[in-house]
Design a protein around this ligand. Structure first.
Ligand SMILES: Nc1nc2c(ncn2[C@@H]2O[C@H](COP(=O)(O)OP(=O)(O)O)[C@@H](O)[C@H]2O)c(=O)[nH]1
Ligand SMILES: [Mg+2]
Length: 648
């Protein structure tokens, strides 16, 4: 069964409420004031069995010009428009206004009910049909069926119901893969139950006992009970008129215009959109104060024209809307703008980007980007969003931004392999980055490592993951660490990078000494070796180097090289030649093999005939490499040390 909502529209007194009653038996004008004044003020709700097993929700809206904002909030969630035109009066101001609004809201299907047929003769009826055909030309109702009815007499009601059924059969349902969103249109308390809110489900689904969120405050609630068409139900779906009994908050926390979602969502104070003005609208200047209506939400807003300096009636422009009250918006959402005094509907549009940067200037690149997104199919919108993220975006985050399911994104990516997007990671944690940003990022990674190699030519190692994060300036979010790890993994796999210990190096990085450097290395080595058991202090080394015309950086890189390649040992800033370390180790290990109680520093000094300082350094080296272990005042041999002893 499809889940769809039919909504009325049309001028006041043309019989919308009477027609809903004739179709459903439900009187939507239930309020005292509505009864007294004989007009609809609030939204009315009913449900209509179509006779084919299918039931649709019905929203009845007011036709009075003072309640256009109520009409917009009711019409925002509907799938099929039921435009009611009284045969005796014909097309009137709110007939026009409501049609324009429904066009702007993106409603695609509808039916025209030519009501009060009992009041006119056949000739007048024919004339009305002629003017209606002209009126709906070039609108979504151009090919809509026109049904002659009389709500009070009951004429044509059966035929109208059958027409609604056949139109409903051709309407595409809303997506269930989306985030669950329901904008609140009514709030009430039911004694013993708590707060109940109602609305039209815009997308996704919600189950009983699930956790939901009241937005934009992002407050958590539990779903205790759900109803559709007045009957309890376990799950509500996109396209349902539903009521939700929610626990966890008080009734005062809820306001019309807020929304219930199945996850926390960001709200925004601005979005980019394409706005179209009604043909009869007054023009907009570059900045215009308006009232902005989106679903059941209403706010003061300023509209900033991006690709035009003024906008005339009937024309369209790209805009950035700045709203006074936080708004939960998704790309593709529709909205209506009215004059700031609320006396005229100006037009409306579709949100292109719900998380834009603040556009103070309006460069052509910005405009072109927006045009691409606005006109584009899903893969173009994906490409445009992904391009904004220099360091990639998670597929889940992208799905939320684009208001679609992750599966739809995966599908769009596999449909079009050449759309310039590179993906990293497993499906559930996939990151997307544009090919051009990926090239830049990979280039930056290589450059960072390259420049490290260049400034440390005698070092075998490169840069660690953490050092790269810092060097690339991507330290601000934990997700990006994962992203960089995935890229590095990929680069190692493809051979673009290699690992050296915990660091990443370029594959062609080798430490090759030039003849000059070799000569230098030989000099420094000989010089350290000459000290024998007198380990040179760093300052002494520098002084000696100076006399050999070796500067400090040269000395350091050569020392690093000699240490990396095992010729020298570096400990506590002091260098000891490996020959000394090896000779003394042999003596120590052989002595300790038969001396399980261990050896003191004094004993070690006697063994190797060295000064106290070098003996302390050597013992530190043997401890570090695991040959010996300190036990109070003595060093004992370890298992690893015993292994070594066997080789001597
Ligand atoms: N003669 C006649 N009167 C109708 C018909 N439909 C509605 N009316 C009357 O027109 C008035 C306005 O109807 P209502 O449903 O409140 O109009 P709405 O403002 O469009 O909701 C009421 O007095 C109805 O009884 C009809 O088909 N024939
Ligand atoms: Mg009414």
């Amino acid at each position: 069964m499809k889940h769809l909502i039919v909504g009325t529209a049309g001028h006041i007194d043309h019989g919308k409420t009477a027609l809903v009653k004739a179709l459903t038996g439900i009187d939507c004008d239930t309020h005292q004031e509505e009864k007294r004044r004989g007009i609809t003020i609030n939204l009315g709700f009913a449900h209509l069995a179509l006779g084919n097993g299918m039931t649709v929700g019905v929203v009845d809206v007011p036709g009075h010009r003072d309640f256009v904002h109520t009409m917009v909030s009711g019409s925002s969630g509907i799938d099929i428009a039921l435009l009611v035109i009284a045969a005796d009066e014909g097309i009137m101001p709110q007939t026009r206004e409501h049609l324009q609004i429904m066009e702007i809201l993106g409603i695609k299907s509808g039916i025209i009910a030519l009501n009060k047929c009992d009041k006119v003769d056949a000739t007048a009826l024919k004339a009305q049909r002629g003017s209606i055909a002209e009126f709906v030309h070039n609108t979504f109702l151009e090919n809509a069926p026109v049904c002659d009815v009389s709500s009070t007499m009951g004429t044509g009601i059966t035929e109208l119901r059958a027409t609604i059924a056949s139109v409903a059969a051709n309407v595409q349902e809303r997506s269930l893969g989306q985030v669950f969103r329901m904008y609140i249109d009514r709030i009430f308390s039911v004694s013993g139950f708590g707060t109940v809110v109602t609305g039209s489900v815009k997308g996704g689904s919600l189950k009983v006992n699930q956790t939901a969120f009241l937005l934009p405050a992002n407050k958590e609630v539990r779903v205790r009970r759900l109803e559709r068409f007045g009957e309890e139900i376990a799950e509500i779906l996109a396209g349902d008129r539903a009521s939700c009994n929610l626990v966890g908050l008080s009734k005062d926390d809820f306001k019309r215009g807020m929304l219930i979602a199945d996850r926390p969502l960001n709200h925004t104070k601005m979005f980019d959109a394409r706005v179209t003005l009604f043909t009869n609208s007054r023009p907009l200047s570059i900045w215009t104060h308006v009232i902005l209506l989106k679903d059941t939400y209403e706010t003061q807003a300023r509209i900033h024209l991006l690709d035009a300096d003024t906008l005339a009636g009937g024309a369209a422009a790209l805009v950035q809307a700045h709203v006074d009250d936080p708004c939960v918006a998704r790309s593709g959402d529709r909205f209506v703008i009215r004059s700031s005094s609320g006396d005229a509907t100006l037009g409306g549009g579709e949100i292109i980007d719900a998380s834009p940067l603040h556009h103070r200037r309006r460069p052509p690149s910005l405009i072109n980007g927006l045009i691409t997104i606005a006109s584009g199919e899903l893969h173009k919108r994906i490409a445009a969003q992904v391009q904004k993220h220099l360091f990639g975006i998670r597929v889940t985050g992208l799905a939320e931004t684009l208001n679609c399911a992750t599966g739809e994104i995966e599908q769009a990516l596999s449909d079009d392999i050449n759309n310039g997007i590179v993906t990293y990671g497993p499906p559930d944690g996939r990151f997307l980055i544009s090919a051009s940003n990926n090239d830049l990022l990979v280039g930056d990674i290589k450059k960072t490592i390259q420049s490290y190699h260049a400034s440390h030519p005698l070092e075998k190692k490169g840069r660690t993951h953490e050092e790269l994060l810092g060097a690339l300036g991507i330290t601000d979010s934990p997700g990006r660490e994962t992203f960089l790890a995935l890229i590095l993994q990929d680069l190692v796999k493809s051979g673009a990078l290699c690992k050296a210990g915990h660091t990443y190096i370029l594959p062609d990085h080798t430490v090759v000494l030039s003849p000059d450097q070799s000569a230098l290395a030989a000099k420094v080595e000989a010089f350290v070796a000459a000290y024998g058991m007198q380990a040179p202090l760093p300052a002494e080394l520098l002084k000696k180097a100076d006399t050999l015309l070796i500067n400090a950086p040269q000395l350091h890189s050569v020392l690093k090289y000699l240490t990396d390649s095992g010729v020298l040992y570096a400990i506590e800033g002091t260098y000891v030649h490996s020959r000394i370390v090896d000779e003394c180790r042999k003596k120590l290990v052989l002595a300790l093999r038969d001396k399980k109680e261990g050896i003191t520093i004094a004993g070690f000094r006697d063994l190797v005939s060295g000064n106290r300082k070098i003996c302390l350094l050597l013992m530190a080296i043997y401890d570090r490499e695991g040959t010996t272990e300190r036990r109070g005042d003595v060093r004992v041999i370890t298992e690893k040390g015993m292994d070594r002893a066997h080789h001597y």
